[in-house]
Design a protein around this ligand. Sequence first.
Ligand SMILES: [Zn+2]
Length: 298
Amino acid sequence: MNNFGIILLILILGLMQMSCTQQLPQFNGDNAYKMLVEQCDLGPRPPGSAEIELCRDYIIEKLNEYGAEVKLQKFHAEVQGTEFEGVNITGSFYPFLSRRIILGAHYDTRPWADKDSLPENHLKPVLGANDGASGVAVLLEIGRILAGEMPAEYGIDLVFFDLEDMGSYEDDESWCVGSEYFAQHWVGDKPEKSIVIDMIGDSDLRIPMEYHSYHNSPLLVRQVWDIAWQLGVKEFDSRIDNAIHDDHYSLIKAGFEAIDIIDFDYKWWHTVHDTPDKCSAASLQAVGQVVVNLIYQK
Ligand SMILES: [Zn+2]
């Protein structure tokens, strides 16, 4: 080998090393937190309100900005005696790829703060900084990343579910109406992985393995939690905790490989105090980066 050959070899080895140590895309927790606040600035966003329509427009506008293929799934539902026109929103990235991941979050907020310590607040709406806006904010920040960098193997569908949070505590079936409709009307091959993100904005974040997720999709739980631990994200806890009837359960019942990333231990759940000051960019960052690594890691 002459000198030129040696230099070329060194260059090639250098490039190979660079590609091995190449950083995965970086989730920006501050961006996500800003989008959490922007949703809350619209006001509480219960089904049937003008504010949920503004939130829908907000999500669609962001998805269009990021170049996603946007689809609206409209459906009629009666929840607790009231009729609603629900809308699930899907933003698809790289729709030509057959291997797919669904990332889901609900964008409606509960019309009643019925877990508030003050009974006079029980008929007031929840602002839903954590319970609603946090999951949407993480998904939209991932959308920003997807607009810039293509995952190696997967197309991604960001799905924003309507009518998750209008249920009665006595009736499991009255929750997650939008995701139930979505799962029951799915046509074609199912995605390889589905991950629902809910209530992960709490500044005091701790995410146990949710019971249904662990028992139905143990490999996906293991994969996500392993990524978290590799990243040093200690908020992901190895304890298996409550069975939660969240949007992932609609998917599981319909045969999807689905899990929920949720911190259900939130003092302000379904109170008028579920406001942005209880949430942090760091918590959104922790969860967002784990999901980004799942998408981009080879
Ligand atoms: Zn809720």
